[in-house]
Design a protein around this ligand. Structure first.
Ligand code: 5AD
Ligand code: SF4
Length: 481
């Protein structure tokens, strides 16, 4: 197993191998020379601080980056006063970009006091040409810039950066490559995200993801199953299968397999207790998948089903390829098959040309579906997407008013919906000591709701029965005997 390779046994007098992942282990060994030297000179290991913006995909990518840094010998810290600071960026909405520029100003002041500090940026935002141009022009103190397609090359890029004072930029437009067997860290010892596919082919007209994450590529089922089996051996009881559109998993494989078939294989893994997945595109959600979920012991009773808009007219312009009626029919099918399923969604307000009538259609779907929770977003113009050049952008004050109305509605409904299990006793995966009150533990129900209850730390990572005493709207207070 590559992950267990002893870096000290790699002969650095040889040329780096050309094949992956051996090549990356070679460069990890090279970087390790630096961390060793640093230790000899300073009496401590160099520290590294990784900050993640955006979605679950980025969170998982960061675990891989941290896995590489730990293997090299960095000491991980939250503090940005570190020898290496890496931002894994998001660009789905413009405010994510603005946040990064703001924080870079702050990093520059730290770097002035510690000139040996390295600042590295990666992730979706770096796939935009205009961003890289701006960094080259106005943020010369950044040392390393790479994108989403070559994350696996991090060790090699870091090795070059450690030997150079220049800004190193390596951005690929596309890739068909998936490199397996690199190290990865886990934030929680008992649960883990698992990528099943990368990229997106849907080109929703507002969305930048297909441009920055590239075309859909599925991992081979054997590789996925092997990764999960190893995770389970290592104490993991819950996995979250990750993809921009998991429902189209497997279509481009040499031996095609459906997402529902993959789930059935994952279900067979002994010792694994819970399976989650994200994200499902409504247009591709099959009857086969609903059937598999219904009969499953392990697949969690939760479906994140992005709506985006309730107006069939807007959905067409958004290129979502379903209508309001089809979406509602799908929800009914899901609820008939799995009555206790919890539904969550994403909604965009203020897409170009959105009329009062379109907005009312969105509210209507929210009322009819009664989501357990919904993420609501103000439309953000993303350069390069078809919607960015649509002429009828909605005025800011109108969007703001609609956004507030929607948020209020969503919260009112989700408060009522998510209280429906009050008084019941349900299995809970205990995740952590409560962040506000250390006498409490925080756990997650199969339907993804959180419950806080008195308990001791030794329960973390276990699945236990907790009585849901009182609903607080978005979470429960509970008790455990
Ligand atoms: N503006 C606002 N929200 C967006 N999303 C994607 N692109 C945009 C955009 N340009 C939202 C969608 C998606 C979620 C991850 O982010 O609702 O489901
Ligand atoms: Fe973006 Fe649509 Fe792909 Fe989701 S399915 S990542 S919203 S293009």
């Amino acid at each position: 197993m590559y992950n267990e390779i002893n870096l000290d046994k790699i002969d650095l007098r040889q040329e780096p191998p050309l094949e992956e992942p051996a090549r990356q282990y070679y460069f990890m060994a090279e970087c390790r020379q630096y961390t060793k030297r640093f230790f000899e000179e300073n009496g401590r290991l160099p520290s590294a601080s990784v900050h993640t913006f955006g979605c679950q995909m980025n969170a998982r990518d960061s675990e891989k980056l941290i896995g590489i840094l730990e293997k090299i010998g960095y000491e991980m810290t939250e503090d940005e006063h570190a020898e290496l600071v890496l931002y894994n960026t998001c660009t789905v909405r413009d405010n994510a970009n603005q946040k990064v520029y703001g924080r870079l100003g702050f990093l520059n002041t730290i770097k002035k006091k510690n000139p040996h500090m390295k600042i590295a940026l990666c992730g979706c935002m770096m796939q935009e040409l205009s961003v890289v141009e701006k960094l080259q022009k106005s943020y010369r103190f950044v040392d390393l810039v790479f994108g989403t397609h070559n994350i696996y090359k991090f060790a090699e890029l870091l090795a070059s950066s450690l030997e150079s004072d220049r800004m190193i930029i390596d951005i690929w437009k596309e890739t068909d490559k998936i490199v397996e067997e690199l190290p990865a860290d886990r934030k929680f010892f008992f649960k883990s995200g698992v990528n099943i596919m990368y990229g997106c082919n849907n080109f929703c007209s507002y969305c930048i993801v297909p441009y920055v994450r590239g075309r859909e590529r599925s991992r081979k089922p054997e590789d996925i199953l092997q990764e999960i089996r190893r995770l389970v051996q290592d104490g993991v009881v819950e996995v979250m299968l990750l993809g921009q559109n998991v429902n189209s998993y497997g279509k481009n494989l040499e031996h095609p397999i459906s997402f529902a078939e993959l789930l059935q294989e994952v279900e067979k893994i002994e010792g694994l207790e819970r399976i989650r997945f994200m994200t499902s595109h409504p247009k591709d959600l099959s009857d086969e998948l609903i059937e598999v979920m219904k009969n499953s012991e392990k697949i969690c009773r939760h479906m994140h089903l992005p709506l985006q808009s309730g107006s069939s007219r807007l959905l067409k312009i958004m290129n979502r390829r379903y209508t309001k009626e089809q979406y509602l029919a799908l929800v009914e099918k899901l609820r008939n098959a799995i009555p206790d399923i919890s539904l969550t969604t994403d909604i965009i307000v203020g897409f170009p040309g959105e009329t009062e009538e379109d907005f009312r259609e969105t509210l209507d779907v929210v009322r009819k579906v009664r989501y357990d929770s919904a993420f609501t977003f103000i439309y953000s113009k993303r350069t390069g997407t078809p919607a960015a050049v649509m002429e009828n952008q909605v005025p800011e004050d109108v969007v703001k008013e609609r956004f507030d109305t929607l948020l209020q509605k969503v919260q009112e409904i989700s408060k009522r919906t998510s209280s429906r299990f009050e008084g019941q006793t349900m299995p809970v995966l205990v995740e952590q000591v409560n962040e506000q009150d250390s006498r409490l533990l925080t756990g997650r129900l199969s339907n993804n709701l959180l419950v806080h209850f008195p308990g001791t730390e030794n329960l973390i990572g276990k699945i236990i029965d907790v009585k849901l005493e009182e609903s607080k709207g978005f979470y429960y207070m509970g008790s455990y005997k």
